[in-house]
Ligand binder design. Structure first.
Ligand SMILES: Cc1cc2nc3c(=O)[nH]c(=O)nc-3n(C[C@H](O)[C@H](O)[C@H](O)COP(=O)(O)OP(=O)(O)OC[C@H]3O[C@@H](n4cnc5c(N)ncnc54)[C@H](O)[C@@H]3O)c2cc1C
Ligand code: SF4
Ligand code: SF4
Length: 598
């Protein structure tokens, strides 16, 4: 019987309520506005059906059937007007259109007349407009189970979109009838209290002296990234607030003040995913080469199962697509993998206050806007950080000024933020003919421990080239670029005590992480082995988004593919394939097709 479940873990999916043939489970709203099941023991026959469909008790079972490696796309609906009317890139509309095109049905969340939210699954394309846009509070899912059952009985393809836990509940509930049911989950930061949302609207209705006519989270008038909230009232007035200026948005994304308790320990983060397809905002797309970012909304689609992949083929005619790495989609969208931690807010007092006081008063008390003094404190903290990063020994300041402004063969531009920041205790031996080319900032010898006196050394010999940008090199570094050689480093973080010995050519791509005590060399130090075909040097190429573990050694002639992981202490003398994990001495591939994020 479902009562064994700790209340704070229940996600409120209503699967147990629907599974019970004896109608012994009631679904009641608690003082925070969330629904929880209670079992009428006199009617319960202990059949266990409720337990078997619960996505909290059966999370591992719900995640079965995923592809070994999901496929990730950026997507935009082909019609700009649809995108503007949608929360992200309008992918939901494309999924629905593909379902309707095969005479199927689509389900998602709609507003009721009272601006509560509920799931609606239907084969009527006119319902799509209501389903469009995110309602960032929990929707009632009790009716959806029978709606889906009826549509599946008619042999229709049914595509449903909702929160990951809710889709997992459907997967468990319809486990014997999944062939034509395609489950699409949103990337979910957490679901909020309907009571808090209602309190917010009630307060605004009083303030504007009129009932709400339309509500829009993430209105795109100031761009997709502004996260603006727009409300139109029946009397013609409009409320508009950008991002966390809106009390409800701040309570949600800023403070996580009124999320369902289960969301702080959600079991549906990370991989494998339970749903066939995962969708969301492609936050961070502007940081990677792309053709699908115009600040009017770009979706991310992660295809998790074969069924999802087959259905997505039919969606492709409605969207513009680009394939990207999974890591590029996750880097700025941590809701896919991480839970928020519980805020230090007295929830009981907050929800009690919502019953008697206006929502803006509740917001001011429990999750206030940052006050002026706090903002000043923030600015001061940033200045302090900048100062602690800036070299403040006379020698380091001289080195920095000399390198950027006085030296002929350095290409630096403060305007373009292309400069060389030399930290304290740096030994720089740079020949006047050596070319230093900066594509962004280069911090060299950066000291996390500001009290350390550890030296970092840079030797650049005659006619060599050293190119870097967006690069941080921690203390203890020893970089030697010998005459006519070329060392090129992209956006990368290079931890303490890394040695790079370059006699020919070493290239390190963007978004690389290189751990402590790594050695990278493209030569044998000029020593010859008297054997046929022996070369003393050979170029090293390290691709983009490569992670090199503590103490690894990368030898001459090696090419490391994009996305690879080199295990701690690995000794790499042969090429490494993209997205492979290698370990050992000599390094061997232990895993393929792996994606990672920092
Ligand atoms: C509570 C919540 C939190 C989210 N958090 C993130 C996040 O952290 N990162 C991220 O990238 N994306 C997040 N999303 C997803 C994002 O907001 C969009 O819903 C998604 O990208 C689809 O947008 P679209 O442009 O394709 O279509 P739209 O037409 O805007 O689609 C909206 C879809 O969201 C579903 N939906 C709306 N309200 C709810 C609700 N209350 N409960 C369940 N499903 C709902 C509808 O079924 C509809 O299909 C979240 C969505 C919700 C509902
Ligand atoms: S998570 Fe769903 S199935 Fe489990 S107890 Fe809560 S409402 Fe019932
Ligand atoms: S965060 Fe997890 S538990 Fe909360 S609504 Fe989203 S999927 Fe469900």
């Amino acid at each position: 019987m479902i009562e064994i479940l700790d209340k704070s873990k229940c996600v409120g999916c209503a699967a147990c309520v629907n599974a019970c043939a004896k109608k012994a489970i009631l679904f009641n709203v608690d003082s925070e506005g969330f629904c929880y099941p209670t079992v009428n023991k006199s009617q319960c026959v202990n059949c266990g059906l409720c337990d078997s469909v619960c996505p909290v008790l059966n999370a591992d079972a719900a995640k079965k059937g995923a592809l070994p490696k999901p496929v990730t796309y950026a997507a935009q609906h082909k019609q700009e007007s649809v995108r503007i009317a949608s929360t992200s890139g309008g992918l939901v509309s494309a999924l629905a259109e593909a379902a309707y095109a095969e005479n199927g049905a689509f389900g998602g969340v709609v507003f009721t007349e009272d601006f509560l939210a509920e799931y609606l699954v239907s084969a009527n394309p006119d319902d799509l407009e209501k389903i469009r846009t995110s309602k960032y509070f929990q929707a009632d899912s009790t009716k959806m189970f029978s709606q889906i059952k009826n549509l599946l009985a008619e042999e229709k393809t049914v595509v449903v979109c909702g929160t990951p836990c809710q889709m997992a509940a459907l997967k468990l509930y319809f486990k014997k009838n999944l062939d034509k049911l395609i489950l699409v989950e949103v990337i979910c930061a957490g679901i909020n209290s309907p009571k808090a949302f209602q309190a917010h609207l009630n307060t605004l209705e009083k303030k504007y002296g009129s009932r709400v006519k339309t509500f829009r989270a993430k209105s795109k008038e100031n761009g997709w990234r502004s996260l603006a909230c727009k409300i139109e009232f029946e009397n013609g007035q409009t409320y508009f607030a950008n991002g966390i200026d809106d009390d409800f948005t701040r309570g949600f994304i800023g403070a996580h003040a009124f999320m369902r308790p289960s969301c702080f320990e959600c079991q549906y983060k990370g991989f494998p995913r339970a749903a066939d397809i995962t969708i969301g905002d492609f936050w961070g797309i502007e940081k990677i080469p792309n053709k699908l970012d115009d600040n009017k909304g770009t979706s991310v689609a992660i295809i998790n199962t074969e069924k999802g992949r087959d259905f997505f083929e039919k969606v492709k005619e409605f969207v513009d697509l680009e394939e990207h790495s999974l890591s590029s989609a996750v880097t700025k969208n941590r809701a896919l993998i991480n839970n928020h931690s519980k805020p230090a807010i007295n929830r009981k007092a907050m929800f009690q206050m919502m019953e008697t006081e206006p929502f803006d008063k509740v917001a001011n008390k429990f999750f206030p806007k940052r006050k002026f003094l706090l903002r000043i404190k923030g600015v001061l903290r940033k200045c302090l950080l900048l100062w602690s990063n800036f070299p403040h020994s006379p020698k380091a300041i001289y080195q920095t000024l000399w390198l950027n402004f006085l030296r002929k063969n350095t290409s630096a531009s403060l305007k373009k933020r292309q400069f060389f920041l030399s930290d304290v205790n740096n030994a720089l031996d740079i020949h006047k003919t050596a070319k230093v080319k900066l594509n962004g900032s280069l911090k060299f010898g950066y000291k996390r421990n500001r009290k350390s006196k550890m030296e970092s050394a840079l030797l650049l010999e005659r006619n060599c080239t050293f190119e870097a940008g967006g690069t941080t090199v921690y203390y203890g570094a020893d970089f030697q670029v010998f005459k006519n050689a070329s060392l090129k480093i992209g956006r990368a973080t290079i931890n303490r005590n890394v040695q790079i010995i370059c006699m020919d050519s070493i290239t390190i791509g963007n978004d690389c992480l290189i751990s402590r005590d790594v050695v990278i060399r493209d030569n044998d130090g000029g020593h010859h082995v008297l054997a046929p075909g022996f070369k003393t040097t050979a170029p090293v190429v390290i691709g983009n988004h490569v992670w090199i573990g503590h103490g690894a050694m990368i030898m001459k002639g090696v090419t490391i593919g994009d996305g690879a992981i080199i295990g701690a202490g690995a000794w790499v003398a042969t090429d490494v394939k993209p997205n492979a994990v290698v370990m050992g001495d000599p390094a061997r591939t232990v895993q393929k097709n792996v994606d990672w994020i920092a």
